[in-house]
Design a binder for this molecule. Structure first.
Ligand code: ADP
Length: 422
């Protein structure tokens, strides 16, 4: 060992104990894997070996006599770590530590060190021996394996998560498939039930019409007095029978119509139809009813010969439904106006009335079959509640649409849109 206070190797005598001492000294001096050096009781470097020079970068002449705290980074100096380690070694005999230390060029290495207190025979502290090893590589390897263990753990966690997700997705897909199948079964069942209902309604209303027509016919015969004289009282009762027969017939016709549309039994004969002609022929039919109720009918002419692609009979049926509703729901003194317009490649026929209007929350409901505003079992109303459902279905069957705008208490506007004929 290169020692500042002791004679250098080679000055030793040839006595056996001295030879052993020299051997030890040489051994320590030459060891390159460990920095081995001595400190005086205050921490000043006394000796320096080859390992210390290799590890820390100082030559013996540069470091001997300097305080060993130069090996510690600033954060350790702030807590007086060098001083603490010496005190621990002085009181307990040794101090061990692992931590960052500085080389001469300022770079860091990860050191494992052991400080041993050196005492003379009388027990007096004469200094410290310090052995330091560079564990930078080992630490880096440990960190690398820790990092790769972390990565593997993260990958495994991600894989487990992905597997869990895929299981969940599969379960969800299975559930959705089941639901879709169930819906399909239900929709087939509903379709079958719906068709059965429509067919039943069609058959039933058809069967009811025959006897009803007979009732109408025989009532007329009686009224005409063909089978014998009729008293004025009997005439009045026959009138009532006839009105009821007609009402019932119109209800049954509605039901028959609706069930036929629903059953897809309606054929459309689409041709070029002059809207004004269709409107005029229906207005002629409805005028007596409107006059009787003192409701004015106004047709606003555009002057344009508007032609739509439609089935004339179905178009007239829609206009008739809309006009009779307008008369029915408009108080005496009110007005119904009809107007036509072209919107791109569509003809729009609007029917406005100054009637009772429709509550905003029921504007869509009134197109549902059997829907009547304010109707309940306790307050049955005139009509079937099928007119608008039929009209909308017919409009759609002709590639058109039927919509409504209304304000309660002010009136309603129904608009029928059909493809414009070019
Ligand atoms: P119905 O006239 O036989 O009751 P509709 O399907 O033609 O059946 O009409 C359904 C309901 O829509 C009517 O009962 C009425 O409450 C409402 N409604 C239809 N047209 C009008 C209108 N012009 N003004 C106010 N309410 C209307």
């Amino acid at each position: 060992m290169i020692n500042a206070n002791e004679p250098q190797p080679g000055t030793a005598s040839s006595k056996a104990p001295r030879q052993t001492d020299d051997l030890h000294r040489l051994l320590i001096e030459r060891v390159e894997e460990y920095a081995i050096f001595a400190l005086d009781p205050d921490g000043y470097v006394l000796s320096w070996n080859a390992g210390a020079e290799r590890l820390k970068g100082y030559a013996a002449s540069e470091i001997i006599g300097r305080h060993f705290s130069v090996f510690y980074p600033a954060e350790d100096l702030a807590t007086d770590k060098p001083g603490q380690e010496l005190r621990t070694a002085a009181t307990t005999g040794r101090a061990e530590d692992e931590g960052w230390r500085l080389r001469k060029d300022g770079t860091r290495f990860w050191a494992s060190l052991l400080i041993t207190a050196l005492r003379d025979k009388s027990g007096e502290l004469v200094g410290f021996g310090k052995v330091t090893r560079d564990l930078t590589e080992r630490r880096a390897a440990q960190e690398r394996s820790l990092e790769s263990a972390r990565e593997i753990a993260a990958q495994q966690a991600a894989r487990a998560m992905a597997e869990k997700r895929s299981d969940e997705m599969q379960a969800l897909a299975g559930k959705l498939r089941d639901q879709a199948e169930q819906l399909e079964r239900q929709s087939i069942a509903a379709g079958v039930a719906n068709r059965a209902k429509s067919e039943f309604l069609a058959a039933m209303s058809h069967e009811l019409r025959t006897p009803l027509n007979a009732i109408g016919g025989y009532t007329q015969l009686l009224q005409m007095g063909i089978a014998g004289p009729v008293t004025p009282e009997q005439q009045k009762q026959l009138d009532r029978i006839q009105r009821s027969q007609q009402h019932l017939l119109s209800v049954i016709n509605d039901i028959l119509n609706f069930s036929r549309i629903e059953a897809g039994q309606i054929d459309y004969r689409i041709e070029r139809v002059a809207i004004c002609d269709a409107v005029e022929s229906v207005v002629t039919m409805i005028t007596p009813q409107a006059d009787e109720k003192r409701v004015a009918l106004r047709m606003e002419h555009t002057g344009l010969p508007l032609t739509a692609m439609a089935d004339l009979q179905k178009l007239e049926q829609i206009i008739l439904n809309l006009l009779s509703n307008a008369v029915k729901f408009t108080a005496p003194g009110g007005t119904i106006s009809l107007s036509c317009a072209v919107e791109g490649d569509v003809v729009a026929l609007s029917l406005s009335d100054t009637g009772i209007g429709i509550p905003a929350d029921q504007l869509e409901d009134i197109f549902e079959p059997f829907m009547q505003v304010g109707r309940s079992l306790a307050t049955p109303k005139e009509g079937t509640g099928l007119g608008l459902a039929i009209s909308r279905d017919l409009a759609r069957g002709m590639d058109g649409a039927l919509t409504v705008e209304s304000r309660e208490g002010e009136g309603s506007t129904f608009t029928l849109r059909l493809p414009l004929a070019r």
